[in-house]
Design a protein around this ligand. Structure first.
Ligand code: ZN
Length: 174
């Protein structure tokens, strides 16, 4: 047990460890619209993310996280929470979660699911990047796919994100 985990509430620690042991990453996608890697060199966390976008929504998402318990749990929670959301809703969720980790309140009207278990991470500033890695990777992926749809992308120079596959944005046939 590392010092961060022992500082968290027991119930929340269980939720985090459940996600860590069995991440909800889903199966690899056959037709990903976007394929990205995220890397957090401060902790050594890595993840691969595939997203299939249709009609402006995140239709399917696949994540393979590797790293500390916080980064893996956060990626798993993202995978559980994000499918079916529009790109805007997904970014709203990311911004709200990031706000909480910076000491803000949970805004009303947004479904956070198990993410609430990660609130305690805000006591450990160096681990906040672990909790945000998957979310920043998602944001960068969406920004590269559809720059017009996204107002402001929060660039974090510590987090490294590489896009691999990027299908051109095309309209679905009617
Ligand atoms: Zn980490």
């Amino acid at each position: 047990m590392n010092p961060t985990m022992s500082g968290l509430d027991d119930l929340y620690r269980e939720v985090i460890l459940d996600h860590y042991r069995k991440p909800c990453g889903g199966e690899a996608l056959e037709n990903p619209t976007i394929e990205v890697d995220g890397h957090n060199p401060l902790c050594g966390d890595d993840l691969k993310m595939q997203i299939e976008i249709a009609d402006g929504r995140i239709k399917k998402l696949h994540i393979e996280p590797e790293g500390c318990s916080i980064s893996v749990a956060s990626a798993s929670m993202l995978a559980k929470q994000i499918e079916g959301l529009t790109m805007e809703e997904a970014l709203e969720l990311k911004a709200a979660f990031q706000g909480v980790l910076k000491g803000g309140d949970w805004p009303e009207g947004i479904e956070f699911g198990d993410l609430e278990a990660l609130e305690g991470v805000k006591q450990f500033p160096v681990r906040i990047k672990c909790a945000l890695l998957a979310w920043m990777t998602l944001e960068q992926a969406l920004a590269q796919y559809c720059p017009g749809a996204i107002g402001m992308v929060d660039e974090d120079r510590d987090i490294e994100i590489r896009a691999h596959t990027l299908q051109p944005k095309t309209e679905e046939p009617a």
